[in-house]
Design a protein around this ligand. Structure first.
Ligand code: SPD
Length: 342
């Protein structure tokens, strides 16, 4: 009994000493690729004397699968809107203590109180954007205005689709005139068949298409606005369009999983992200919108009101938020599995 007690004390001391003098504390971030820049990471590491490790996922469903499978090492995760609702329902998120996040006040009210977390108990907004089509205007002219271009045989093997079940099934649903959030089995079946018909034309299902666009390996991509915007920096002939049938808009959020090993540090990181000068770096790097209005002072002119980030009113009206379809999710899962398996 005595030796067990001594062993426990030794383990406690090893952990305590390790954390306080030996190794630096480590903040583990699980996010989309191209979402946390080196200067944001380095700035936090330097100021707080910690190490920040960034791991990436390609879709909200990948993130969910990892968390449901028991991944416990993450302190910060960045799910999108509808996935925040799912994670709350699954009891996988830690409630945020606002006393530890004084910069919460910097967030514009227009990004708070959304359907997926009405009181922002579990999430703060990181960025916002849309899904659309990026295309090389030097090759494709006139500009496409419909999702139908992604079914055009002449672009066989020259475009990619997002490797994201809700977004990509969403494209087929929109093209067929349905809602992104359909809970009608016939509509999901029709969307699945449309994607199976398209599959021989698709070069790749990929959630980070900008490298392929930049290298010229593809001339068109179903992608997110910021990724298209980033591709333009290196290949200026790239354009981005939201098709006339409408598309998705999103808010990607910052949350702390229930299982986070370093909750206090995670809240310090969230507060750091909400400093205007740091938040501006998020937009400067990702090319998605900032939810902190005072961050705009730190942004170059072209990123303050760019139409890729702030679509005109008529386009905004054609956008839908993805929502949690509850138990109906299994129909989306099955349809996507069948498309990928073909
Ligand atoms: N490369 C970063 C991409 C982030 C995209 N957010 C995804 C929204 C999904 N609905």
């Amino acid at each position: 009994m005595r030796s067990r007690y001594i062993l426990l004390v030794l383990i406690f001391l090893a952990l305590f000493i390790g954390d306080s003098i030996g190794q630096k504390k480590q903040l583990n971030v699980f996010t989309w690729s191209g979402y946390v820049s080196d200067d944001i990471r380095d700035g936090f590491e330097k100021e707080f004397g910690v190490t920040v490790l960034v791991d990436t996922f390609a879709s909200n469903e990948d993130l969910l699968t990892k968390l449901m499978a028991g991944a416990t090492g993450y302190d910060i995760i960045m799910p999108s809107d509808y996935m925040v609702s799912i994670l709350i329902k699954q009891n996988l998120l830690e409630e945020l203590n606002r006393d530890n996040i004084p910069n919460f006040k910097n967030i514009s009210p227009s990004f708070l109180g959304k359907y997926f977390d009405p009181e922002n108990q579990y999430s703060i907004p990181y960025t916002f954007g849309t899904a659309g089509i990026a295309y090389d205007s030097a090759v494709i002219s006139p500009a496409p205005d419909s999702w139908a271009v992604l079914w055009d045989e002449q672009y066989k093997n020259q475009f990619s689709m997002l490797d994201d079940q809700r977004e990509t099934i969403g494209v087929a649903l929109k093209l067929l005139g349905y809602s992104l959030n359909s809970t009608d089995t016939e509509e999901i079946k029709a969307a699945k068949e449309k994607l199976i018909e398209q599959k021989p034309l698709v070069k790749q299902y990929k959630s980070e298409a900008q490298e392929l666009l930049i290298s010229g390996e593809i001339v068109m991509a179903h992608c997110w606005s910021g990724d298209a915007f980033r591709a333009i920096e290196t290949r200026p002939t790239i354009r981005y369009v939201i098709p006339k049938e409408g598309s998705s808009q999103f808010i990607d959020a910052v949350c702390i999983p229930k299982s986070a090993p370093h909750k206090a540090l995670a809240e310090q990181f969230i507060d750091y992200l909400l400093r205007p000068e740091v938040n501006a770096k998020i937009t400067a790097f990702t090319k998605y919108g900032t939810c902190v209005p005072t961050a705009k002072e730190f942004l170059p002119e072209n990123l303050r009101e760019h139409k890729f980030i702030y679509p005109p009113k008529e386009v905004l009206e054609s956008l839908e938020w993805l929502r949690d379809p509850g138990d109906f999710t299994r129909h989306y899962d099955r349809a996507w599995e069948e498309v990928k398996a073909k």
